[in-house]
Design a protein around this ligand. Structure first.
Ligand code: URA
Length: 267
């Protein structure tokens, strides 16, 4: 349900006059709600109501905003930082209360959600409800089938409990060439032996992917998040660019937030 406000407050907030002025306008029949002349200043209006003042529609700010950012390396996932550039510098909106929903390390690239919807962020991120996140990982050395099994079963990364079961897909060169979100800048110098893989986890422990890969002795040399729940890093969104989520993406994300707490053991 959307938040509702009194009509007189709504009109005053939209700059149509003081509370007492707008009450008079309402009495004079200058305000319409969904095609009906409004009669009462205390009548409630919500985001889906169409309000006309003197025949002109009043457009209002959405309750919350949601941006999908392609985070480049070199930016920290914070609203402020004394030393480093923050991801907020890449967002065109100056709305108060925007923050990164979740963290990517300074050197990690990829999909980051920026929003001011604290309740949704909480649902998506609280430890018992984490949604699936998939990372493209380039790791030093040869990741073996045995390593894959360990990562998939759950592994000791020095926490009280092992990590929850994960999914691993070892990538062949054919998987990567032309595979949109997996395309990335290849550094000039690569170790002689390295492995590229997709790792899907549902937790968000500090440096989790790097620690999981360390635990099998294959340290991460490049990391990029390519999806979070129903959100997928768009192929045409360049590093450092962001775009608002579509209505469909917002709906799916809210569904994922609600659903993610229900089956915490499976990945
Ligand atoms: N895991 C990491 O180790 N780093 C990130 O930035 C995200 C997940």
């Amino acid at each position: 349900m959307s938040k509702t406000v009194r009509l007189d407050k709504f009109l005053a907030d939209a700059g149509k006059g003081t509370r007492s002025e707008v009450k008079k306008y309402i009495q004079k029949g200058l305000v319409e709600i969904n095609g009906q002349t409004a009669k009462k200043p205390e009548q409630k209006v919500g985001t889906e109501d169409r309000v006309l003042f003197k025949g002109e529609e009043i457009t209002r700010e959405p309750e919350y905003v949601y941006y999908l950012l392609h985070k480049p390396a070199g930016y920290v996932s914070a609203t402020e930082d004394k030393r480093d550039r923050t991801v907020m510098e890449l967002i065109p909106s100056h709305r108060k209360g925007l923050f990164p929903a979740g963290r990517l390390d300074k050197d990690t690239e990829g999909l980051l959600l920026i929003t001011d919807d604290g309740a949704l962020a909480h649902e998506l991120l609280s430890p018992s409800r984490h949604v699936e996140k998939t990372y493209f990982v380039r790791a030093e050395g040869l990741v073996t089938e045995e390593d894959k099994e360990k990562l998939e079963k759950g592994i000791d990364i020095g926490e009280k409990r092992q990590t929850l079961p994960a999914r691993v897909k070892l990538l062949e060169k054919e998987d990567i060439s032309g595979a949109g979100t997996l395309r990335h800048v290849r550094p000039e110098t690569l170790p002689e032996v390295y492995t590229e893989l997709l790792l899907t986890i549902r937790e968000g422990k500090f440096h989790q992917v790097k620690r999981m890969m360390e635990a099998v002795g294959k340290p991460v040399i490049y990391l990029k998040r390519i999806s979070m729940g129903p959100l997928v890093l768009p192929e045409d969104l360049k590093k450092g660019e962001c775009r608002p989520l579509t209505e469909e993406e917002i709906r799916k994300l809210k569904e994922a937030g609600r659903a993610s707490g229900k089956n915490p053991k499976k990945c």
